[in-house]
Design a binder for this molecule. Structure first.
Ligand SMILES: Nc1nc2c(ncn2[C@@H]2O[C@H](COP(=O)(O)OP(=O)(O)OP(=O)(O)O)[C@@H](O)[C@H]2O)c(=O)[nH]1
Ligand SMILES: [Mg+2]
Length: 257
């Protein structure tokens, strides 16, 4: 008896790997691309990654792979996260990398961009002949402010140009809807759907199971930026305590009358 169509497993043909710093929207955007919440996304401490391990979801013939935030605070977390990324990109399938950066107050977050460019450069160095259909997504761009968008895109383009990196640059507007909620799904426009489309020419160049083995320079760069995050996280409870104290002070009304 012939097997019913739905029982025949679809062979994955390609992979998409999202990477970037904690909280830049990797999981939320991937969920929105596949149209359901398969990766946990949402609120976490600044500097910590909600996604702790690489996670794979098969969508048609595409493996959609989420990875932990690179510059995560905590001892040697950045090493673990780079290893997770390394494993994620070596499925042996033609793979598109999507690096995520954020904008805050109309500025590109420098450490986000540095992390993404460092990783792209390392991949390029290791696999110089890899067909390049990678993307950088600039997330949380303020909506309706063309002058900001133009500048932000220019900054990212210039940085890519300086490093001789060819990537597509996409952006997602900061919408009030669903931001900073857990496991939110949002509508993607036609352009964003292109993230899932691959050109046939995309070639296989990262063999299965290869460990990217970042050289010490890459680790050092990532670590340098992590150091700032560790400071921020260590300070957090104090900030909380300070806020509580301030709240109490405001109860004591010292005004006359
Ligand atoms: N509506 C909307 N929300 C977003 C978007 N990007 C991020 N968010 C929100 O921002 C928060 C953090 O997003 P995550 O997807 O968890 O970030 P991440 O990059 O996966 O973070 P880690 O797993 O910690 O590295 C979530 O509450 C998301 O809903 C976006 O483009 N649109
Ligand atoms: Mg995540």
């Amino acid at each position: 008896m012939s097997q019913r169509k739905k029982d025949i497993p679809i062979q994955p043909k390609r992979a998409i790997v999202a990477f970037g710093n904690p909280g830049t929207g990797k999981s939320a955007v991937l969920n929105s691309m596949v149209g359901k919440t398969v990766f946990q996304s949402g609120v976490a401490y600044n500097g910590t990654s909600l996604t702790q391990h690489r996670q794979i979801h098969q969508h048609g013939d595409v493996l959609v792979i989420d990875t932990p935030g690179l510059q995560e605070a905590g001892e040697n977390k950045y090493k673990k996260n780079l290893d997770e990324f390394s494993a994620a990109i070596s499925t042996g399938l033609p793979t598109r990398l999507i690096g995520f950066v954020n904008t805050i107050s109309g500025r590109v977050v420098e450490s986000d961009l540095a992390a993404v460019l460092t990783v792209f450069s390392a991949v390029k160095k290791k696999f110089p002949k890899r067909a390049n259909e990678d993307w950088i997504i600039i997330n949380r761009v303020p909506a309706g402010k063309d002058h900001v968008l133009e500048k932000v895109i220019n900054i990212v383009m210039q940085a890519c140009f300086n490093q001789n990196l060819g990537v597509y640059i996409g952006f997602i507007n900061h919408s009030a809807h669903g931001y900073d909620q857990d496991n939110v799904l949002f509508e993607l426009n036609e352009n964003q759907k292109k993230l899932m489309d691959f050109e046939e020419k995309l070639e296989l160049v990262i063999p299965k199971g290869v460990n990217l083995q970042f050289d010490e320079g890459v680790y050092k760069k990532i670590l340098l930026l992590v150091a700032c995050l560790v400071v921020a996280v260590v300070l957090l409870p104090e900030i909380g305590a300070f806020a509580a104290t301030a709240g109490m002070i405001s109860v004591l009304n010292l005004s006359s009358g």
